[in-house]
Design a protein around this ligand. Sequence first.
Ligand code: CP
Ligand code: NVA
Length: 309
Amino acid sequence: MTSVATRVRHFLSLADLSPAELTAILDDADALKRDPIPHDAPLRGRALAMIFEKPSLRTRLSFDVAMRDLGGHSSYLSPQEVGLGRRESVSDVARVVSRYVDVVVLRTFSHETLEEFAKFSAVPVINGLSDLSHPCQGLADIFTIRERKGRLDRVVAAYVGDGNNVSHSLILAAAKTGMTLRVASPAGFEPLARYRELAEGVARSTGARITYGADPIAAVRDADVVYTDVWTSMGQEQEYERRRRAFQGFQVNRELLANAKADVIVLHDLPAHRGEEITDDVIDGPRSAVFDQAENRLHAQKAVLRWIA
Ligand code: CP
Ligand code: NVA
C-alpha cells in the first residue's frame, strides 16, 4: 500500500521546522496573544479532528479554543470510538478522516502510529504527544522563556528529570534557538541518543550548547530557567515504584532552586505530580511560570494552526 500524500506538511517533531520557521511561529504566537480573535478569521470554515489515545486537558481544550478563535471548529474522538489499529487500520482511519477535515491533532502511545497516520493522511497532522516527543509543548516552552527572558540565545536552562517526550522536544527547541540547556537525569533515564544526536547536529549551526549529566545541582547552577516533568509518563504506570526510587534527589524543590539565578523561572508542562518531581511551594511560588506556560499552549498552537492548516 502506498502513502497518499507525501507533499503534505506535517508537524510531528520540532525537527520538522527550520530555525527561521520556528522564530516566525513564535512571532505569530506573540501577535495572537495580543489579538486572540483575529477579525479576518483565518481558519473560517476549517475543521480539526482530535484523535487521542491518552487523556488530555491542555492539549485538547487549547486546540479546541484555538480553532474557534481562528474561525474554525473541532471534533474530539476518544480512544474507545476510534480504536486506532484495533477496530480499524491506522492507514484506513487516516484516509477516511482526511476526507472530512482539514487538519488532525493526534495523541498516540507509539510514535510509529503517528508516522503511519501521517503517511496516509491527505491533510496536515500535528503531534499532540507521542511516547517520543511533544512538539506543541516544546513550542509553548520556548515561547514562555522568550516572553519572560526577552531572548533565547544566551539563556541558560536546566531540565531536571526524565529523558522523555517532553525532554526530547525541549532539546530540539533549545538546539534550534541557540539556547544553553543542561539536562540532568538519573542513569538509565537519559534522553534517547537519536534526539541527542539530532540536537547536536542542529546546535553546530545555531551556537546552542546542550550538555547531559546526572547532577541536578550542577545543572541548575546560575540557571535562568529550571524545567521538570513527571517521572512516570502516561503508559508507564507499571514502572511507577522503580521510577520513584530512581529519581530520588531529582525533585525540584526550594533547596535545589537556591542554586539557580535569583530571577530564575520554573517551568513544568503539567499535569504535575506534586510532592514527587516538584514541591507545592515551588510550583505555587513566585518563581513559577507554570500557568503562563500552560496558557501559552493556546497562543503557540494558534500560530501552528495558522501556519499549517
Ligand atoms: N501538557 C500537556 O500536554 O497536558 P495535557 O496532557 O493535559 O494535554
Ligand atoms: N511526559 C508526560 C507529559 C504529559 C503532558 C507524559 O507523557 O505523560
